[in-house]
Design a protein around this ligand. Structure first.
Ligand SMILES: Nc1ncnc2c1ncn2[C@@H]1O[C@H](COP(=O)(O)OP(=O)(O)OP(=O)(O)O)[C@@H](O)[C@H]1O
Length: 701
């Protein structure tokens, strides 16, 4: 409904009553405003006053009948005008300004009707609000009769609204708790009670109007609902904490924004990686962050545009992490209608990834190296199989050889001929970092003295008669980068000892017939079965060279002192030569026994030669005592064997052997003729020797 505003119906102060009556007739109103000549509001004229004076036929003017009635301003809302019920005036005059310029008037009846309509709407809305509240609301008036009772109250109290309105509160609540509130006019909060079997929680307050208590209201809720809600709230809180903890625990930086690109959340890793705080960032858009110069690209914007997982590289362009390169991947999250709702961006510090990449490459390199080393060890182990190392002495020697192979120090290997000096020297070479370069062996005792120098150091073209035109490389140069094994170093003539010393000390040589020095990088291993210390004393070996050679000394004991190796060596050699010749010879047990009790003066070389001969020459599959060399067919007695544990003059040794042989042969064969036959000499020789060594026949035992 719209209010009617009448601005053309008014009386003028100088008009006659008759004219006024006419206007009243026209408007059908019982009151009309009266206005001055200048258009100012003067008040109202009431129809009944006019009629009264007309009847009296008094000759009065309109202005004499003016009654004052407060007008309202044009901008005022007529619905806010309060009416006096007793007032019979049926219009509301309106002025334009404070100086009473008349504007028009509203019809009071219309205003009242409109006000009523508005109130009805308000009451309806209030009812809607009250009824849609999840909480129960119940109000009583000062008599204790129910005036408000909403749908939730109906559900909890269990009584329908139409039966409750106007009834006394005791109808729904036997305890009449609201009456106490009415009486005390005090507010009670969170009161626990049971109504209609429900555990409720209620708040009660008095209704005070114009300082008077006109009723009381109770707002209550089913506690089981609250508990359910608070349980759900707790679960959500827990879930939210867990999610928060997960986000915070993420090593990757996380950045979550809405569909406008506005940051909702970031985690600590993101703050650390980008050098921006969450306080600053949250609420800003990705566009703003780029515009403000924090970084130069955005995975969030890319994802918002593409609506699919998008990855980009970006650089931090300001702040403490300026220059940091970051890899960012945005993942879109869609709502149930398929609309993009959020973007989760995951950022990674590429610097760290680069570091990891390098580490990976290094690790791969390392594992490649380990694989190669492993292969090498396997190869070495395979090569080791070529050597028998059973006795504790040999095990110690092998450990020393392995250790010494890791460094370049000069090594001297001492031991009788055939004990395996060359074998150990080779082992050191093949275990060393020089293994891929040459291993050169030179036997200083086997090469004529005049050739030895050029063999060792090489010669320039035309150095001597018969020398090659183009010259020749010596062993030092041939072994460059590798190992030079000088066997029988004790046989090196004194003049070459000086040259060798210089080569070791200066790491350079001069070829025979040459002048320029040549750098050589050679690892030197020497070997001897001579007593070098004795030679130094006798002046045949240079002391300074001895100390240069003798940095690490490996002493290999003779085979007879390494009984543990012997048995294995027998098997090893038998197997080796069986394989070489495609045979399958076996040693009879007594043969093994006999060979083990032999003292092997020629050491492993002697054993190897003997086994090879036996394998090749024995017709039968099983090698028997009779197949052995004659001197081994006899039972051996260690005490009677020629044993030379120290260096004695050869002449003495021969005499000792002769004596022992003749005594032993006489003892067994009695006659000099038989002895001579067995020893393979003339009978006269036997007789001469018996005399020479003053052997009595009965001496032989
Ligand atoms: N421990 C071992 N296991 C198996 N065979 C071995 C062992 N030691 C040495 N040999 C073998 O014995 C033979 C002699 O060894 P090697 O030439 O190394 O001795 P050497 O001490 O250098 O002798 P020389 O002083 O006469 O040069 C070689 O055939 C070698 O293969």
């Amino acid at each position: 409904m719209v209010l009617t505003f009448l601005d053309c119906f008014f009386l003028k102060s100088n008009q006659r009553i008759k004219d006024g009556i006419k206007l009243f007739m026209k408007t059908k109103s019982n009151t009309l405003p009266i206005v001055s000549e200048e258009g100012q509001y003067l008040g109202l004229i009431v129809l009944k006053d006019l009629v009264k004076h007309l009847l009296k036929e008094e000759n009065i003017l309109m202005k004499d009948l003016i009654i004052w009635h407060e007008p309202i301003l044009a901008e005022a809302n007529p619905l806010n005008v309060e009416f006096d019920e007793m007032d019979t005036i049926d219009i509301v005059p309106v002025i334009k300004t404070e100086n009473m310029e008349f504007e028009g008037f509203y019809i009071k009846e219309e205003i009242v009707t409109l006000k009523y309509e508005k109130h009805r709407e308000l009451v309806h809305e209030l009812n809607q609000v009250i009824n849609s509240s999840y909480n129960g609301i119940l109000a009583i008036n000062s008599e204790g009769n129910i005036i408000v009772y909403n749908t939730a109250a109906e559900r909890i109290m269990g009584k329908p609204k139409d039966k409750v309105f106007g009834k006394h509160i005791s109808y729904v609540d036997p305890d009449k708790a609201l009456l106490d509130t009415l009486k005390t006019q005090e507010v009670s909060v969170n009161v626990k009670r049971v109504i209609n079997g429900y555990d409720i929680l209620s708040n009660r307050s008095p209704l005070i109007y114009e300082g008077r208590c006109i009723g009381a209201v109770g707002v209550f809720v089913d506690r089981s609902d609250i508990e359910k809600v608070s349980y759900e709230l707790e679960s959500y809180k827990k879930l939210s904490k867990e999610l928060n903890d997960i986000l915070e625990a993420s090593y990757d930086g996380l950045y979550i924004c809405d569909k406008e690109g506005r940051v909702i959340r970031v985690n600590s890793s993101w703050e650390k990686i980008c050098g921006l705080s969450r306080e600053y960032t949250i609420g800003k858009t990705a566009q703003e962050l780029i515009k403000d110069g924090w970084y130069d690209n955005s995975a969030a914007l890319l994802t918002l545009k593409n609506k699919e997982v998008s990855t980009t590289m970006l650089e931090i362009t300001s702040g403490p992490k300026k220059g940091q390169i970051i890899m960012a991947t945005g993942t879109p999250i869609f709502d149930k209608n398929g609309e993009l709702d959020l973007v989760v961006v995951n950022v990674r510090d590429i610097t760290y990834l680069e570091h990891l990449k390098t580490q990976l490459v290094e690790t791969m390199e390392l594992s490649k190296r380990y694989a190669t080393e492993l292969e090498e060890i396997r190869l070495q182990a395979k090569k080791m199989e070529d050597i028998v190392v059973r006795s504790p002495e040999m095990q110690r020697i092998m450990e020393l050889a392995i250790r010494v192979s890791k460094v370049d120090s000069t090594v001297i290997i001492t031991g009788e001929s055939g004990v395996g000096k060359d074998v150990i020297a080779k082992k050191i070479h093949y275990l060393s970092k020089r293994k891929d370069k040459s291993y050169i062996k030179i036997n200083c005792g086997a090469i004529p003295e005049h050739l030895l120098e050029s063999e060792l150091f090489g010669y320039e073209g035309g150095a001597f008669t018969g020398a090659k035109k183009e010259g020749k490389l010596g062993m030092f140069e041939l072994a460059s980068g590798g190992t030079l094994f000088l066997d029988e170093v004790g046989d090196l003539p004194l003049c070459l000892q000086v040259k060798l010393l210089r080569a070791i000390q200066e790491k350079e040589i001069v070829r025979v017939g040459g002048v320029k020095t040549i750098k050589v990088d050679v690892r030197l291993i020497s070997a001897t079965n001579k007593n070098l210390e004795l030679m130094i004393r006798e002046g045949t070996f240079r002391e300074d060279l001895f100390y240069r050679l003798n940095v690490v000394n490996i002493q290999i004991p003779p085979l007879r002192e390494r009984k543990e190796d012997m048995e294995y060596l027998l098997g090893f050699m038998l197997n080796k030569h069986n394989q070489n010749y495609g045979l399958n010879k076996k040693l009879a047990a007594p043969v093994v026994e006999r060979l083990l009790s032999y003292n092997w003066p020629g050491n492993i070389r002697e054993m190897e030669n003997m086994i090879e001969r036996l394998v090749v020459l024995t017709d039968e599959e099983q090698i028997q005592i009779r197949h052995l060399p004659v001197f081994l067919q006899e039972e051996l007695s260690a005490s009677k064997l020629v044993t030379l544990n120290s260096i004695i003059p050869l002449k003495d040794a021969i005499e000792e052997v002769e004596q022992q042989l003749i005594r032993k042969a006489l003892d067994k064969y009695v006659t000099t003729r038989k002895v001579a036959k067995m020893l393979g000499v003339n009978q006269s020789t036997v007789v001469r020797k018996i005399k020479q060594y003053s052997i009595e026949k009965h001496d032989a035992s």
